[in-house]
Write a protein that binds this ligand. Structure first.
Ligand SMILES: NC(=O)c1ccc[n+]([C@@H]2O[C@H](COP(=O)([O-])OP(=O)(O)OC[C@H]3O[C@@H](n4cnc5c(N)ncnc54)[C@H](O)[C@@H]3O)[C@@H](O)[C@H]2O)c1
Length: 381
């Protein structure tokens, strides 16, 4: 349920100016339940009543639609307000200026207003695009998300961040706008291809390393066992808990350049870019986690035993544990560029032990190369 308490406080300055404080508190529920989709009509009916919404616009990509459009349409038919369906092309290319404009156009075509609930059902791409459109159309309309990939359930749908890629840069344009509700149904990922399960799993490994040794132990125990037997409900709940905990001190990313959530991303992001985005984000993050672990071992920040456990979880779940040799120079150049922007500080997050990370600044090219040689030796069959 959502409740927005907003307020403007104005103080009159002695110099004739005004000191304005605008406050806004968004309150909403992240529902998490196996089989939630069956009860979604009831939840949406309550949400629509609370928002006084007169219409729902469903956004979905074409692949998700092939699996879930008929069941979601049946749910919407039971909510009691009219609904429209806006299908967008599958793939990251839709998270673009033209994709966002297309969504604005569709919202305008169906005469969406601030009393329309936009419902994004899909992976991180649909979540980010729907959030960006809802944040900007008519300066903000209410929206809710039903994430359908593991990555979206544990990460993209959590935190109210929306955006598009622009001019070759990921997430360059976007906004923070929290949803009216998020509905996480772990059963929805049953139709997800294995590669996308592993893509999301990399982010789960990341938050486990930062904040939850118990979750890390679950991931260790899951190695070698079929994904259908994993305790998905508990894994997703723990990962969301950890992400919310880590977001809490700085939810709008204004202050903390040393964010622990960047674990694996310092190297993962430039690797993804150097690969021309032909690797999945989670695969690049996994490689970044492995590099950070090797650097941690060499820098004396983690024990050999913990280093072995972390690499065993990554490789056990068939996640990459190194950056391909031809891309390493580009990745290093990107790290150096970040260091320059931050006046000599890289803020590379490295794991100290499962559930505990530390930040280092003293990574040299030599240390980076040594870490990769070390990982090459381990990767060799
Ligand atoms: N906003 C954030 O905080 C945040 C965090 C992490 C990632 N992201 C963004 O998320 C995006 C990646 O998300 P993603 O990996 O979910 O990609 P995606 O949304 O493109 O989904 C991956 C593929 O899976 C398909 N799919 C989705 N759900 C399915 C299902 N249940 N069954 C079968 N197929 C299904 C999609 O159609 C697509 O082909 C990136 O754009 C990334 O920048 C955002």
């Amino acid at each position: 349920m959502t409740a927005t308490a907003s307020r403007l406080e104005v103080a009159h300055g002695a110099d004739g100016g005004f000191d304005v404080t605008a406050r806004r508190a968004d309150r909403y529920r992240i529902h998490l339940e196996n089989g939630l989709t069956d009860r979604l009509a009831d939840h949406l009916r309550e949400l629509v009543a609370a928002l006084d919404a007169h219409r729902i616009v469903l956004t979905m990509d074409t692949v998700v639609a092939a699996h879930h459009l008929s069941s979601v349409s049946a749910v919407l038919a039971r909510v009691g307000v009219p609904f429209d369906v806006v299908l967008v092309a599958e793939g990251e290319a839709t998270k673009s200026q033209s994709g966002l404009q297309g969504l604005w156009r569709s919202l305008q075509r169906v005469k969406a207003t601030r009393r329309t609930l936009v419902l994004g059902v899909g992976g991180g791409m649909v979540c980010d695009l729907t959030t960006a459109a809802a944040a900007t159309y008519m300066r903000g309309v209410p929206y809710a998300l039903v994430p359908t990939t593991l990555l979206a359930q544990v990460d993209a749908a959590i935190g109210g961040k929306g955006g598009i890629n622009y001019d070759g840069t990921k997430n360059l344009v976007g906004a923070f706008q929290h949803p009216a509700a998020v509905f996480v149904d772990p059963e929805l990922i049953r139709t997800l291809p294995d590669q996308h399960i592993r893509n999301g799993l990399a982010e789960v490994v990341k938050v486990a390393l930062i904040a939850d040794p118990g979750l890390f132990a679950v991931l260790e125990r899951s190695v070698g066992r079929g994904a259908a037997t994993w305790p998905w409900d508990a894994i997703i709940r723990a990962a969301i808990t950890a992400k919310l905990l880590l977001l809490a001190p700085d939810p709008f990313e204004q202050a903390d350049l040393r964010r622990l959530l960047n674990l694996g991303h310092c190297v993962g992001h430039p690797y993804e870019a150097a690969a021309g985005f032909r690797v999945l984000h989670g695969e690049a993050v996994a490689a970044g986690l492995a590099v950070a672990t090797a650097l941690s071992l060499h820098g004396g920040h983690c024990t050999r035993g913990d280093h072995d456990r972390i690499l065993a979880v990554l490789s056990g779940h068939r996640l990459p544990t190194t950056v391909p040799a031809p891309l390493r120079a580009d990745v290093w150049d990107a790290l150096e560029a970040v260091r320059r922007v931050r006046n000599g500080h890289l803020h590379l997050v490295v794991p100290a032990a499962p559930g505990h990370c530390t930040v280092v600044d003293d990574v040299t090219r030599e240390a980076f190369d040594r870490a990769l040689r070390h990982l090459d030796r381990r990767c060799r069959p």
